[in-house]
Design a protein. Structure first.
Length: 94
């Protein structure tokens, strides 16, 4: 049961191995997880995270083929996605 006194928490990579466990744990503690995943969501430009007070960024491109066949996309998701989330959180809180 979601608790109204707890803020929503965004989880990128929510359908991944770790992401699924994190979503279940958040739910068990009464949080409302906002689940985001690739390819439906672009974690580098995602504005739907705004209602969340916290972001757990687990999205990423994995595997040698994905990384070497799409280096720019891997950098965008794995590095810039994390930086965007950090910068977005920092600028909105100051």
């Amino acid at each position: 049961m979601m608790r109204s006194d707890l803020p929503p928490v965004a989880v990128t990579g929510a359908r991944g191995f770790i992401g699924r466990a994190v979503v279940r744990e958040l739910e068990s503690r009464g949080y409302e997880p906002l689940a985001f995943d690739l390819p439906e969501h672009d974690v580098c430009t995602l504005r739907s995270l705004a209602p969340a007070e916290a972001v757990i960024h687990l999205a990423g491109l994995l595997g040698t083929d994905e990384l070497f066949d799409a280096i720019d996309k891997a950098i965008d998701v794995n590095i810039r996605g994390t930086a965007w989330q950090h910068a977005g959180r920092s600028s909105s809180s100051s």
